[in-house]
Design a protein around this ligand. Structure first.
Ligand code: BGC
Length: 361
């Protein structure tokens, strides 16, 4: 979709108050065509409104209309995830011979930063507005020892929208005192036919991923980097998500569908990013393309949405009603010597970027 010139706008409204008495705001920013709402709770994407091929605008992001549901029920809808996206085996790792323990919250493993990750924190927000971009910079300072992680970590994640309908996410972090491990991502769930409209099995997916990281029964990588060729994990040519979802491949059985880290192929372009994947809903024509500086992405086909709660539009979310595509370093990297390192040391700057581009086809 070509760029257009509307008007950039942003507004701030109160969204709720935490039980501890902290105010939570919702920022809504728009380029006149795409409109994004974000909460200071978890630096969370609450709504993403985009037009379909006939120009009809709908919210395509799963979420809630109230803070208590986010705090109690949310499977990380739209949240900024930290310190460590995805799993760390048994919540344990060591850096320079020092051992650390993260409280486990996914069977015997730690998921998405432990029991009280960045998704459950109130972030400071600052409006960002230039002639070409509008959005919010969210900052959170995580004290040394929070959720067992070493070092005081200062994280700023900036979400901006431009006239090309690109939602850009810039992640920056520094650590003081001790080295830490870090794997930031965003956990937005999309249904390109509209939030709450049913299954995403008909969405077509193309992935720039020649291999993936198979997992054990606790969804911890075995350490192997396996080629996708000849398996239901091969999305190098556009393929409907549902086409092979019920095959008896042991990895699909373990994940109850797709819940795997894909290893991205090729080299980054001059902007440091490479194409990761594209999702297309043939019905509405909506597409989302993802580019990232990260080496991997978790493609999750909404397997654990189990019909136990209702979302923002009043519809119950059931298995496969949305997908998540979380750009990231590989799961359990702190315990996997052959995966790219996720260690951040004092004096270093963590800096990465992911772009979601919205369009129609
Ligand atoms: C994980 C899934 C998990 C989902 C929601 C994904 O990143 O890989 O296993 O159910 O997040 O928590």
């Amino acid at each position: 979709m070509g760029s257009h010139h509307g008007r950039l706008s942003i507004r701030k409204d109160p969204f709720g108050t935490t039980p501890e008495g902290a105010g939570v705001d919702v920022y809504t920013f728009s380029n006149g065509r795409v409109t994004v709402s974000m909460l200071t709770w978890g630096a969370t994407i609450q709504r993403v409104e985009t037009p379909d091929r006939r120009g009809r605008t709908e919210n395509i992001s799963l979420g809630f209309d109230n803070l208590p549901d986010y705090a109690k029920l949310s499977p990380y809808f739209g949240a900024t995830i930290g310190r460590y996206g995805n799993r760390i085996a048994k919540g344990q790792f060591s850096i320079d011979g020092n051992k650390y323990q993260i409280p486990v919250n996914d069977g015997e493993n730690a998921l998405h930063g432990g029991t009280l990750g960045f998704d459950k924190k109130v972030w400071k927000a600052k409006v960002v507005q230039t002639s070409s971009h509008v959005g919010v910079a969210f900052t959170y300072v995580s004290p040394d020892g929070e959720m067992g992680f070493p070092g005081t970590l200062t994280t700023t994640v900036t979400y901006t929208l431009d006239f090309d309908d690109d939602l850009r996410i810039d992640y920056h972090a520094t650590v003081a005192g001790k080295p830490t491990v870090l794997n930031l991502t965003n956990h937005v769930y999309f249904n390109l036919a509209g939030e709450g409209s049913g299954s995403i099995e008909g969405h077509v997916l193309e992935l720039n991923a020649p291999s993936y990281t198979p997992v054990d029964s606790g969804l911890i990588p075995t350490g192997e980097i396996a080629p996708v060729a000849g398996t239901p994990f091969d999305f190098r040519r556009p393929t409907a998500i549902g086409k092979r979802l019920r095959e008896d491949h042991p990895q699909l059985v373990i994940g109850r569908g797709y819940d795997h880290n894909f290893v991205l192929g090729g080299k980054a372009g001059h902007d440091g990013l490479r194409f990761a994947g594209r999702f297309t809903d043939p019905g509405s024509g909506r597409t989302v393309s993802v580019r990232t500086a990260e080496p991997g992405a978790q493609f999750y086909s909404g397997n654990f949405l189990d019909g136990t709660f209702q979302g923002i539009g009043g519809k119950t979310y059931r298995q496969g009603d949305a997908f998540a595509f979380e750009t990231q370093h590989f799961p359990d990297s702190p315990n996997q010597p052959n995966f790219p390192s996720t260690v951040l040391r004092p004096g270093q700057t963590y800096s990465t970027r992911t772009i979601y581009s919205f369009g129609t086809k």
